[in-house]
Design a protein. Structure first.
Length: 392
């Protein structure tokens, strides 16, 4: 495996900026493990991908993903050059490997002083030997535990500048109770924001339901917005092309379909208002399932059929104009009136009428297609089409 260059903009990925325009969704995911004991990022990826296709910005509150980000730079540490690579580690990573009694600046200064000593200096030799023994284990752990395809996809999202990792204060070394307290506090902060849109995995929702006063004390406005986020992202997740779509394709579709997201969110508001479940109710997921089955999927199927029919009519009109079919064929193909020629008294008026009918027929096709484009849910149709096209 070749050497990876450390991204210089890591500090821009942490802690949300408050001056962002558009809609921001806070995604909260409780850490989970694979059977092997390694962190699983499956839920983080699922919610992150669907949130990216619903919101303008995403704040990710996911301790497993945050730890992965802090440990990842250890892959770049070189056994034969500990002085340069260790001192180049981000402050968060230094803290993870035990640099806690001194500041990162003081640690870097001390390491550089040792590196400047003669190669046979006893203190330098002793310190260098210690790092040479430790580095292989650090690299191996970073690659085995955090260097997975899942973490690469989350890294890709962070590089897109649309996702911010909320990680200040979470510690890999803390006990479960303290970690959960940090996680719960971050989500409570988001829910108490009057502009809040929060998207939770099932365990995170259960965690908040059990918190004193949260379920009953959630203000109506943030609660409604959080329910909308669940509906908006949940419908995206139910698209046939979504489950297997890699992050690269999600980001590409997001960029190409940016203009449709605001209209989609308007339709989601109307759909979410039909539901009975509140933002943290256990029944919310099943209600979204019913909404998809009873209303959204049939609507999308109808849109697909309409798109197919109008595309045929539109392409037929274009072809007839460019290929110069005779007047009778033109009339039959566009207007579907086989006897119209008998109504035209002369060749001159026949030609003029044929042009008007052809133009009217093509215009009708374009108007029908325009009606499809103005439908509130056409964004979902576009997302599914874009993701499916890239998968092939």
């Amino acid at each position: 495996m070749g050497k990876r260059s450390r991204r210089p903009s890591r500090q821009n990925r942490h802690e949300p900026k408050r001056d962002r325009e558009g809609l921001t969704v806070t995604v909260g995911v409780v850490p989970q493990a694979k059977p092997s004991g390694q962190p699983s990022l499956t839920n983080e990826l699922r919610l992150l991908r669907s949130a990216l296709l619903y919101a303008d910005h995403v704040d990710l509150v996911a301790p497993s993903a945050a730890w992965m980000q802090d440990f990842r730079p250890l892959r770049d540490v070189e056994i034969d050059d500990p002085w340069r690579t260790i001192t180049a580690l981000p402050s968060e990573t230094m803290w993870r490997i035990g640099v806690q009694d001194v500041s990162p600046r003081e640690f870097r200064r001390a390491m550089r002083k040792l590196a400047a000593r003669p190669e046979d200096d006893p203190d330098r030799l002793e310190n260098e030997q210690q790092w040479r023994e430790v580095i292989p284990n650090l690299k191996r752990q970073a690659e085995e535990v955090f260097d997975s395809a899942e973490s690469e996809e989350i890294d890709m999202a962070l590089d897109s500048s649309s996702v911010t990792m909320v990680s200040k204060g979470t510690r890999f070394e803390d006990g479960t109770e303290r970690q959960m307290a940090w996680f719960r506090d971050r989500l409570v902060d988001a829910l108490e924001d009057p502009r809040a849109h929060v998207l939770l995995d099932d365990i995170a929702a259960e965690c908040l339901r059990r918190s004193d006063g949260i379920a009953d004390g959630l203000q109506p406005l943030p609660g409604a917005r959080t329910r909308r986020a669940a509906v908006g992202a949940g419908l995206v997740e139910r698209l046939p092309a979504f489950p297997d779509a890699p992050m690269e394709h999600v980001l590409e579709a997001r960029g190409e379909l940016a203009d449709g997201r605001a209209r989609y969110r308007t339709s989601v508001k109307n759909l979410a208002d039909q539901l009975q479940s509140s933002a943290l109710d256990e029944t919310l997921t099943s209600e979204i399932d019913e909404l998809w089955q009873d209303e959204v999927r049939p609507s999308l199927d109808g849109l697909r059929n309409t798109v197919s029919r109008t595309r045929v009519a539109e392409e037929t009109g274009k072809r007839l104009f460019t290929e110069g079919y005779g007047v009778p064929t033109l009339i039959v193909a566009i207007a579907n009136l086989p006897d119209i020629a008998s109504l035209l008294p002369t060749a001159a008026t026949m030609g003029a009428a044929a042009a008007r009918v052809a133009a009217a027929g093509a215009g009708e096709a374009f108007r029908a297609r325009s009606a499809v484009r103005s439908h509130d849910l056409v964004y979902l149709l576009d997302v599914d089409k874009q993701l499916g096209r890239r998968r092939r």
